[in-house]
Design a binder for this molecule. Sequence first.
Ligand SMILES: NC(=O)c1ccc[n+]([C@@H]2O[C@H](COP(=O)([O-])OP(=O)(O)OC[C@H]3O[C@@H](n4cnc5c(N)ncnc54)[C@H](OP(=O)(O)O)[C@@H]3O)[C@@H](O)[C@H]2O)c1
Length: 220
Amino acid sequence: MSAPTSAIAQQDPSLSPTLPLAGKRVVVVGGKTGIGLGVAKAAHAAGATLIVASRRIESAEARPALAHFTQVVLDMRDESSVRAAFETIGTLDHLVVTASPDLGSWGSFMDADMQGVRSYMEGKFLGSWASARHAAPRLRAGGSITFLTGGLAVRPKPGFAAATSAFGAVEALSGSLALELAATRVNTIRPGFIDTEMWSFLPTEHRDGLRQRVAEAFPV
Ligand SMILES: NC(=O)c1ccc[n+]([C@@H]2O[C@H](COP(=O)([O-])OP(=O)(O)OC[C@H]3O[C@@H](n4cnc5c(N)ncnc54)[C@H](OP(=O)(O)O)[C@@H]3O)[C@@H](O)[C@H]2O)c1
């Protein structure tokens, strides 16, 4: 005997026809952790079918939060991997790209290792480009593309020239695509501090100090 529809929908909102994203396929590149995981959970709770893509497949036993999502392997630094991932994914309604190579700490502009800088730009900027490029032909009418950058794009800090430059490039790309891919909506979100594993490159005491400073400075 099968379970009543409402009971199934309670377990899996994507089976509920009345939710705002019911029937929509949402792809989150970077959706297994941090901000991307938050977006994936919210979209799933709103009724969407979720596909999360990044370099690894994780077992649902180890990561129950991923149990309702389809996982696809995709490396932002490798266009052929991005193309293959979107061939596998097929048609979609909304693309959100939160993935980013490790922010790293390459020191000052003069000390930065060019290989690390190139790898960051390839992942963040060209990876966002390739994701949009291979998703766009598969987006259904009414679809959208959303990129993520960060406050560095407009408030640079010493030691983060690569991230600042990549964020600026992604925001410029977003403006171009809003025109070129219209009527697909293309936007960039520029978040402030969110306490995710992105900050794990900092030594514990620095990370704690950062949390403290943010908590004191933010009104909420
Ligand atoms: N957290 C903040 O405070 C903050 C502030 C400002 C801006 N941002 C922006 O928000 C974005 C997301 O941040 P977050 O905090 O959610 O970061 P996060 O938790 O570190 O997530 C990064 C994700 O990117 C994926 N990834 C890394 N390298 C990849 C690659 N080469 N190909 C495909 N996927 C890759 C990782 O998954 P795998 O390891 O499985 O590949 C991971 O899921 C960042 O791009 C940053 O621009 C964050």
